[in-house]
Design a protein around this ligand. Structure first.
Ligand code: GSH
Length: 208
């Protein structure tokens, strides 16, 4: 059994939960908001971010991308039913760029969310830069959504892969935490509405 350390609200943890559900891989979720989970996480990961996964063979993996790679390894039947990662040079770069864009924009918003909750002054120069980064990333994605790796093509046509998973989990967290006004990015709003009908996403809402 895979042990997943995380929270229900985290978009990065949700990606791992979705991949496990899609592939029918059983897992046990340890809630790190509880004291016992927090202690276990601290003992396992010096980064102390979630998700962290402990595999049956004892390996501990600290990052959602590496965890998903491992879950989609050939030994576990590859990526299916998700779209397999591109293998040609151009496709690989496009796909990694797409995931990176989403992650950088999302991480800026997550940092701003925590800082606001702690009462920090968000007007200092670096945090204004974080706000601008998030705005620019999601505006860019809104304007470039129809590319090959951020698609609303249905899954049977190879339309649901890692970039789509990254973007839909990010957008749903942004909606849930009210950290970004999706009305300013209508194509992203439509993308979110399109993909949240997928069963694995219906089963993993951040606000159950
Ligand atoms: N690159 C990491 C990012 C993970 C991440 O930032 N997780 C957030 C929750 S959504 C976290 O644990 N934040 C706690 C903190 O910043 O202390 C991944 O893909 O797994």
């Amino acid at each position: 059994m895979i042990t997943l350390f995380g929270t229900i609200t985290s978009p990065f943890v949700r990606r791992v939960r979705v991949v496990c559900l899609e592939k029918g891989l059983p897992f046990a979720l340890v809630d790190v908001l509880a004291a016992a989970g927090q202690e276990q996480l601290a003992a396992l990961s010096p980064i102390a971010k979630v998700p962290v996964v402990r595999f049956d063979d004892g390996r501990v993996v600290f990052d959602s991308r590496v965890i998903i790679d491992e879950l989609c390894h050939a030994d576990r039947g590859g990526a299916a039913p998700l779209r397999a990662p591109a293998i040609d040079v151009r496709g690989r770069v496009d796909e990694e760029n797409a995931v990176n864009l989403v992650d950088e924009g999302l991480l800026s918003l997550i940092r701003l969310f925590y800082l606001k909750r702690d009462g920090a002054d968000l007007q200092v120069a670096y945090l204004r830069k974080e706000q601008a980064r998030a705005h620019n990333v999601f505006q860019y994605l809104n304007d470039n959504l129809s590319g090959q790796y951020l698609t609303t093509k249905n899954a049977a046509d190879g339309g649901f892969g890692r970039p789509e998973l990254a973007l839909v989990t990010a957008l749903d967290w942004m909606r849930f935490r009210k950290t970004f006004d999706l009305a300013t990015t209508p194509r992203l709003q439509a993308f979110l509405e399109h993909w949240t009908t997928r069963a694995s996403l219906q089963q993993t809402p951040p606000d159950p």
